[in-house]
Design a protein around this ligand. Sequence first.
Ligand SMILES: Cc1cc2nc3c(=O)[nH]c(=O)nc-3n(C[C@H](O)[C@H](O)[C@H](O)COP(=O)(O)OP(=O)(O)OC[C@H]3O[C@@H](n4cnc5c(N)ncnc54)[C@H](O)[C@@H]3O)c2cc1C
Length: 372
Amino acid sequence: MSVTDVIIVGGGVMGCGIALRLRQAGVKVTVLERSIPGAEASSAAAGILGPQMEAEGPGPFLELCLRSRALYAGLASELRELTGVDIAYLPCGVLKAAFTEGEVHHLEAAAAWQRAIGLRAELLDNAQAREVEPQLSPLVLAALRFPDDHQVDNRLLVRALSMAAARVGATFRSGYVRGVIEERGRAVGVDLDGEPLRADAVVIAAGSWSGLVQGSALDPRIVRPARGQMVQLQTRLPVITHILTSEKGYLVPRTDGRLIAGSTMEFAGFDKQVTAEGLARILAMAVELCPTLGHASVTESWAGFRPYTEDRLPILGPGPLPGLFLATGHFRNGILLAPLTAKLVTQCLLGERPSVDLTPFRYDRFSARAPA
Ligand SMILES: Cc1cc2nc3c(=O)[nH]c(=O)nc-3n(C[C@H](O)[C@H](O)[C@H](O)COP(=O)(O)OP(=O)(O)OC[C@H]3O[C@@H](n4cnc5c(N)ncnc54)[C@H](O)[C@@H]3O)c2cc1C
């Protein structure tokens, strides 16, 4: 079935990305956002586009991440053209550092399986790693370089996506969506602060809050918030060029000398506190990776909520009712996965066969094992 009129609940990177693609396909779109577009996880993120750095093994999820990464260069040009905003897509590469023999073994294993499936991954010894990144700690034993993992400035990205969607005709409305309206077994709209709004289809893209939208078909225990705290450091001159990462966290260098350091992983409900312990752990990680950062200024800190699912996979595609679609649960990789998610969800809404098999990402895979 094809639709002509769609409501999207949530104006994060998912909601804005889907709105842009649907509008470009000629569909009337209204994005409903209770705050401002990009107010939540999409602005809190680090902007790492790192399928290889994140991967635990080959499979459909890695495939999804790689395909989305491949869409970024084109998306950056398209958004510049549509809005004039440069989203700072930077092909900087990632260097994953090992401080112990055990971590070196992990890097060797990752290099082996990733190369076996045709991905670029270069194992460097301490001297080679410090040649590439002179400010890397002398205590690093080895590092794995992923030259094809990159970054984007996610705050600029979500701003550009929302501007682009508005420019091609998507409507944005402020308000809190209480629930999906169901009539005769199909989703026909939403309740926006008590006002019924009707549409052919509804997309739930409300990030960590998706399960709180009544009628979303998502139990709030299935999509839940995983808090991540972040720190921004500033040095006069940029000190690193790659994204640096270790078992304890990561450092993302922006071109203007800012460094985004993260992150914690905490299940603290919707408590957005930045804590002394969280900051201490992140700053210790940063200085361990790159000792010269002991002199850097701390210029900002914040926390955000990753939309977590038990199997750490997103929930994509049709929901349980005709007219209800889901685009949530992207956990640590929502910035990376936004371009492909927008494309796949649009294909579903247009009644086309999605260009990726969405079976591993179905909403109902949890029904037998929802956590207590
Ligand atoms: C600290 C941190 C670091 C991260 N780093 C990275 C990274 O480096 N790379 C990467 O790929 N990903 C990263 N992520 C993950 C990424 O940010 C998320 O997966 C992604 O932003 C999710 O986008 P979203 O649009 O689903 O959710 P959100 O951005 O949270 O947007 C959901 C929106 O829905 C709105 N909303 C919710 N409920 C309602 C309602 N009832 N009515 C109206 N509006 C509603 C909210 O206000 C919000 O604006 C990180 C996340 C965090 C927190």
